[in-house]
Design a protein around this ligand. Structure first.
Ligand SMILES: [Zn+2]
Length: 252
């Protein structure tokens, strides 16, 4: 074979590994998870997706045959359907106003991660109240954990992490809000130690999520390092399209 052909093969192999394209061979193991925050008519910052863009992104997922799932359906999963999990952090009031109608329109599901102290304080009224969270349509929205105090777990002691997680669940229970034991790490950060994962396990957390911008192979050995793809205000529809195929767009 000519050197050029070898080179081409090497590049191809690199791309297949880099972007985990081999996952397309086993579609039942391919699990993209999307991460959003605010949904507003006009974007104020990178953490906002406009209603118009979200509508176009959902339409694209629908057109491409993706089925949306809750985390509490993952373990029972056997079908080889194209699946995706859509998540929103923090529990903003604009999710209730602007996300729910879109979930209804596309017959999609989403998981909303709640940091209970943010809801208690509800600074500037930007979050949903516990009553509003409890009354979200359970066919459309699953509630997950996002810590109590929304502090970076890398900067807390194991005891503090344990107490924070306990409080997160306690407050939801006290407010009669059913939730799945799935945790989105605040800021996507966590200490990568066995001790930390032990605490998470002792709290009977089923799955936990960082950012990572990668497509997940599912199931996985460590269920506490699932990746989410950060969808920003500046993410164009074509970038979105590529992200759900490749995960990360940048080569290096
Ligand atoms: Zn957050």
């Amino acid at each position: 074979m000519s050197i050029l052909l070898w080179l081409l093969l090497a590049v191809l192999l690199f791309l297949i590994i880099k972007y985990q394209l081999y996952l397309f061979l086993t579609p039942e193991k391919r699990l993209p998870v999307l991460m959003y925050h605010h949904v507003l008519p006009v974007a104020e910052n990178e953490l906002t997706v406009t209603v118009e863009n979200l509508d176009r992104q959902f339409a694209l997922l629908k057109k491409n045959g993706y089925k949306t799932l809750f985390f509490n359906e993952l373990n029972a999963l056997k079908a080889s359907e194209k699946k995706i999990i859509i998540t929103f952090d923090d529990g903003y009031l604009n999710n209730k106003k602007n996300l729910l109608p879109l979930l209804e329109k596309y017959d999609f599901k989403a998981t909303i991660f709640i940091a209970t102290q943010l809801i208690e304080k509800n600074r500037d009224g930007i979050f949903m109240t516990f009553d509003e969270i409890r009354n979200l349509d359970k066919n459309l929205v699953e509630i997950g954990l996002h810590s109590h105090t929304h502090r970076n777990y890398e900067q807390l002691t194991p005891e503090e992490i344990h107490a924070d997680l306990q409080k997160n669940m306690e407050v939801l229970e006290k407010n009669q809000i059913p939730f799945t034991k799935v945790l989105a790490y605040p800021y996507g950060r966590f200490p990568q130690t066995q001790e930390f994962f032990k605490i998470i396990k002792e709290n009977k957390i089923e799955f936990a999520l960082r950012i990572g911008n990668k497509i997940n192979a599912f199931p996985r050995k460590n269920p506490y390092t699932l990746n989410r793809m950060d969808i920003k205000n500046s993410t164009t529809l074509s970038a979105f399209k590529w992200k759900i195929i490749l995960g990360k767009l940048k080569l290096f």
